[in-house]
Design a protein around this ligand. Structure first.
Ligand SMILES: Cc1ncc(C[n+]2csc(CCOP(=O)(O)OP(=O)(O)O)c2C)c(N)n1
Length: 316
């Protein structure tokens, strides 16, 4: 695996594209043009960007979950088709029948996601077993929340990956919340890495929101996997800015306080990346064009014909 240098321009481009995409979703959501619930990644972008930049595009296999816009964009999924999928159009990733919670693009090995918490973890481990058995020189990257670790399947899968020495990177995005339930109300032991280590898996914990730090640690983790073919677990502390599902702030619900410093983390990181990017104006222009092209494409596309509902047929 070639050692890569952190590329500020690429990081700014991806980070800004994720934020602009989700801000556009918020802007138009009330018009009902988006046909599915959305789980936004605002606040968590640095993880997707750092991990994706360190990964080997089209070689690594990516498993994500219903909160996948950031992962999908950072790993280079088909952007127009993603938008068309949100609009429920036949040109979408799943012909408009799956929506935001089920994104996927096999062209970049981004496996279709699911709303069932933790379901992708055992699939990801299974995929890494197949890679090993077929002696394919590739790795699996599996994004999940700390809430998914409340599922037994996580621990069974982790144990199996350690036992069989599988080439898989677990990326735990720890935002401390499972819907409205705080990690402290769900776990007796909060030290996630300590628990994972006891299964014989190497762990790396990242507490800050630095895209560069996440990139460097992911690169280290992937090199380690490549060298000794054993799983690595990355836990990254992060912050979810808006409601679990939907576009609104949820502080009025009273289960968490609005913490200004945490709310600003992502925007401060974006500012930092911009300060280190010479061509930021060109990049912003490019992103605006990509978004307006994707919106036009999706608006002009047709809804799937009703004969196609409930079948694999995508065209009438
Ligand atoms: C098997 C299953 N149990 C419960 C749910 C309801 N549910 C949806 S999201 C969620 C919280 C998951 O939290 P986490 O894994 O930390 O991810 P985050 O939403 O914070 O990104 C739960 C319990 C579900 N979708 N699937």
């Amino acid at each position: 695996m070639k050692i890569k240098k952190f590329d500020y321009e690429k990081a700014y481009y991806l980070f800004k594209k994720i934020r602009c995409t989700e801000e556009k979703i918020i802007e138009i959501y009330e018009s009902n043009i988006i046909k599915s619930p959305v789980h936004l990644s605002l606040g968590q972008e640095s993880i997707a960007v750092g991990v994706a930049l360190a990964s080997e595009k089209k070689k690594d296999i990516v498993f994500s979950n219903y909160r996948s816009h950031a992962h999908f964009i950072a790993h280079g999924g088909n952007f127009k088709k993603m938008w068309a999928e949100l609009f429920g159009k036949e040109t979408g990733l799943s012909s408009g029948k799956a929506g935001s919670m089920h994104l996927g693009d096999l062209g970049i090995n981004f496996i279709f996601t699911s709303a069932i918490v933790g379901s992708a973890i055992s699939q990801a481990v299974g995929y890494s077993l197949a890679l090993k058995m077929k002696k394919l020189n590739s790795k699996v990257i599996c994004y999940h929340g700390e809430g998914a670790m409340d599922q037994g399947t996580f621990w069974e899968s982790l144990n199996f990956s350690a036992l069989k020495k599988l080439p898989i990177l677990f990326v735990c995005e720890n935002n401390g919340l499972a819907i409205y339930s705080d990690q402290r109300k769900r776990m007796k032991t909060l030290d996630i890495c300590k628990k994972v280590k006891s299964f014989g898996v190497h762990t790396i914990k990242i507490k800050d929101n630095s895209t560069k730090n996440i990139f460097q640690n992911t690169q280290k983790a992937l090199q380690r996997i490549k060298k000794n073919g054993q799983p690595v677990f990355l836990e990254i502390s992060t912050y979810r800015e808006v409601d679990h599902v939907g576009i609104n702030y949820d502080f009025a619900l009273g289960y968490r306080k609005k913490e200004k410093q945490k709310m600003m983390k992502s925007l401060n990181e974006l500012k930092f990346l911009k300060q280190n990017t010479k061509n930021f104006k060109q990049i912003e222009k490019k992103i605006n064009k990509e978004i307006s092209d994707a919106l036009n494409y999706s608006l002009k596309s047709n809804f799937p014909h009703k004969k196609c509902i409930g079948s694999n047929v995508t065209k009438e």
